[in-house]
Design a protein around this ligand. Structure first.
Ligand code: NAD
Length: 345
């Protein structure tokens, strides 16, 4: 086995270092050929390098084009912009892919297998906002500008459609609000239908739904969906909803894919309420690591990892507190490594 895929490793803040250490130990047990380049960002970046996104960290990702990242806190005060948004912009990470697959069976929603693909750089999320003062009230009027481009919509939709074909998805649903935001989300809908007709027709079924109806349908009958593709803000909201269908944020991984790099992470944040207590569930970032293995074409290892996570939870019944168990992060990690080793024999 070559040990030759360089990856930038950012432990991050709060529970980040605990779950990232667990992930590195599990990937070592799998024999994954990653050469880690440890870097800092977020609050840790400010404390140790005076910047939430130090140049050295950016240089490392520029070199490796691949990163596994713990959650980052944006320091309040000091006028810092979110490190996550800056990373997306810096490396043009235009696609955010969030798969949701049931691991813990017997819950309110069983056998969920859904992917949300979210545009990651445009829309109302770009943060072009301002206030208009009136009569001494500096915040009398608040305004925000959303920007969606044909080119930005096209590259995201093509990424999603190619992914649907490559992973055998049967149906792709474009989520929009073109009945009201006719220009802003209409351009995304129009581009999606156009590309489908010209390049993807017959490869999968296409469907469209308005975002509010989509939220209701996801709660009533999520099995009617296979892949959802949508603009930035709608994707942000719906992917958390979808994470809720499979047991919450502790189970939800995400990949940020772009022209210049790919960054893998858990969807959840730094969970300051449980940080340092050894209680964090590492499954979300472990599943993100499985996505990174797939990205590196190490599909067998990705499958071994997903199977072992499944078996540790369902057969060995080892679960952290957020899933109703009493295992610590270390207990879960050790059980998972035992499973990986046992499955190899
Ligand atoms: P959060 O996701 O950190 O926590 C929400 C709740 O879920 C908390 O009760 C937490 O204990 C629990 N939780 C989250 N992950 C868990 C895990 N792996 N195991 C067990 N329980 C878990 O959301 P928040 O409290 O709103 O945000 C905290 C900080 O994280 C903020 O500074 C926010 O900006 C940052 N954040 C970062 C990212 C990222 O880097 N991708 C994403 C979201 C939030």
């Amino acid at each position: 086995m070559t040990s030759s895929i360089p990856v930038t490793l950012i432990p991050g803040d709060g529970i980040g270092p605990e779950i990232v250490d667990a992930t590195v130990a599990v990937l070592d047990a799998l024999g994954a050929p990653f050469a880690w380049d440890r870097q800092v960002a977020g609050l840790e970046g400010v404390t140790t390098a005076g910047d939430p996104l130090p140049k050295q960290t950016l240089d490392s990702i520029r070199r490796t084009r691949l990163a596994l990242k713990g959650p980052l806190e944006t320091p309040s005060g000091g006028g810092y912009r979110s490190s996550n948004v800056r990373l997306r912009e810096e490396f043009q990470l235009y696609a955010n892919m969030r798969p949701a697959k049931t691991i813990i069976h017997g819950g309110r929603y069983d056998n969920i297998d859904l992917v949300v693909v979210r545009e990651n750089l445009e829309g109302l999320y770009i943060g072009h906002e301002h206030y208009i003062p009136i009569d001494g009230d500096p915040h009398a009027v608040a305004m925000a500008t959303g920007v969606n481009t044909r080119q930005g919509s096209r590259r995201l939709l093509e990424y999603a459609f190619d992914l649907a074909v490559a992973t055998g998805r049967k149906k792709v649903t474009i989520v929009h609000k073109a009945n009201i935001m006719k220009a802003l989300t209409g351009i995304f809908l129009e581009t999606g239908l156009e590309i489908y007709e010209s390049k993807y027709k017959g490869k999968f079924e296409i469907d469209t739904v308005i975002v509010d109806a989509c939220a209701m349908k996801l709660v009533l009958n999520p099995w009617q969906f296979d892949m959802l593709v949508t603009t930035n803000l709608f994707g942000d909201i719906l992917s958390d909803l979808v994470a809720g269908l499979i047991g919450g944020l502790g189970m939800a991984p995400g990949a940020n894919i772009g022209k210049d790099a790919a960054i893998f992470e858990a969807v959840h944040g730094s969970a300051p309420d449980i940080a340092g207590k050894g209680l964090a569930n590492p499954i979300a970032i472990l599943l993100a690591a499985a996505m990174m293995l797939d990205h590196c074409k190490l599909h067998d290892m990705a499958t071994q990892l997903r199977t072992a996570i499944d078996e540790t939870v369902s057969l060995d019944n080892v679960k952290t507190g957020d899933l109703g168990g009493n295992a610590s992060t270390k207990d879960f990690t050790n059980s998972l490594i035992r499973r990986i080793n046992a499955n190899r024999r």
